[in-house]
Design a protein around this ligand. Structure first.
Ligand code: ADP
Ligand code: MG
Length: 327
């Protein structure tokens, strides 16, 4: 077993640890570069991640690999159309209690578990669940509190099929999707015409025993996550980056006419969470300063927040911003 590197307060140490995780993901899953990077940035920044794509493109596999390698208290839940909230947050306990002399009471309480006690959770096929359970769950994820107590959750990774494909699926409404800072869509290697990677997957499975191939290793640990999060707050954000962010948001709103009727460009998502994810990107590259090119991570946030044609154009829009701010 490869041991995790000694955690150090240096930004290089953090980068090295999370790059080990990246290599572990690369060992088992071919391609999906953006998805892998987005997952790691979400872990570092302690933000929730939503992955959407058709069945069989390794969404669950990546989420499970991340969980096994992260080495945190972990909860996996497979959604189904009868999912009830109680299943997600622990066990219902029903007890008889005596009240004074004669009266017997039936008392119902929750023995906390699931998302209430985990540090990392995978919410697999989340759009299969009925709205009521989901709304409460997503509020818990967002607030990281339940019944006035904070919960230890760092990151939730949700997977989902495109909602039109599946009778039982219900699309998550935009306000619910906004709880997931990081949003990624993939159609898989074949549909994306990535034929060299298709060949690599074929090679992988042609040469390996299918059943005993996966043995993910505990690459990280809680101390590494805590060190990274402490360092995250020390990462500097220069004025050029701030100007770039404002330029981009300004053009999205005024030139591309994105507003509350067609998009979800909220102050919280882009001014608070966006900065955090840019800082995570700096750490992942061993820097303690954000650089203007880090604005590219905003494309991990726009997937379901802006119209698709704008999202697909984010790379160019950001390059244009970098040019305008002279970087
Ligand atoms: N890019 C890939 N690299 C390696 N294996 C892959 C890849 N895409 C699909 N697979 C294989 O197909 C399976 C897809 O399963 P799964 O993760 O359950 O997909 P999903 O959750 O997207 O429906 C994986 O377990 C893996 O064996
Ligand atoms: Mg799956």
């Amino acid at each position: 077993m490869r041991p995790a590197l000694e955690s150090s307060s240096s930004t290089e140490g953090i980068a090295e640890n999370f790059n080990l995780l990246r290599r572990e993901l690369d060992r088992y899953v071919i391609g999906h570069e953006s998805l892998k990077e987005a997952l790691i940035l979400g872990l570092i920044a302690r933000e929730h991640i939503y992955i959407e794509g058709p069945p069989g493109i390794a969404k669950t596999m990546l989420a499970e690999l991340v969980s096994a390698s992260a080495n945190l208290d972990f909860y996996f839940y497979q959604f189904h159309r009868d999912t009830r909230l109680a299943e997600l947050i622990g066990d219902m306990v029903i007890q008889r209690e005596r009240d004074g002399e004669n009266t017997e009471l039936i008392v119902q309480s929750i023995r906390k578990g699931g998302v209430l006690t985990a540090e990392l959770c995978v919410l697999d096929d989340i759009s299969r669940s009925p709205g009521e359970a989901l709304n409460v769950l997503l509020r818990i994820l967002n607030e990281r509190r339940f019944m006035n107590e904070s919960i230890p959750l760092l990151t939730a990774i949700a997977t989902s099929n495109p909602t039109a494909d599946d009778y039982y699926n219900e699309p998550l409404d935009p306000a619910n999707l906004d709880r997931f800072t990081i949003q990624i869509r993939s159609d898989g290697l074949i549909q994306e015409n990535q034929w060299d990677k298709v060949k690599a997957v074929i090679d992988l499975y042609a040469d390996t025993q299918f059943s005993d191939r996966i043995e993910p290793e505990p690459i990280l640990n809680r101390e590494i996550f805590d060190t990274a999060y402490r360092e995250l707050h020390r990462v500097r954000v220069p004025e050029a980056v701030k100007r770039g962010l404002i330029d981009l948001l300004n053009r999205l709103v005024n030139q591309y006419k994105l507003d509350n009727t067609n998009s979800l460009i909220t102050d919280r998502a882009f001014l608070v969470k966006g900065i955090k994810v840019m800082k995570a990107k700096a750490l992942l590259e061993g820097r303690n300063t954000v650089v203007p090119e880090d604005l590219h991570i905003l494309a991990f946030m726009t997937t379901f927040r802006v119209p698709e044609e704008i999202h697909l154009n984010m790379g160019d829009l950001i390059v244009e911003t970098l040019r305008r701010i002279g970087e």
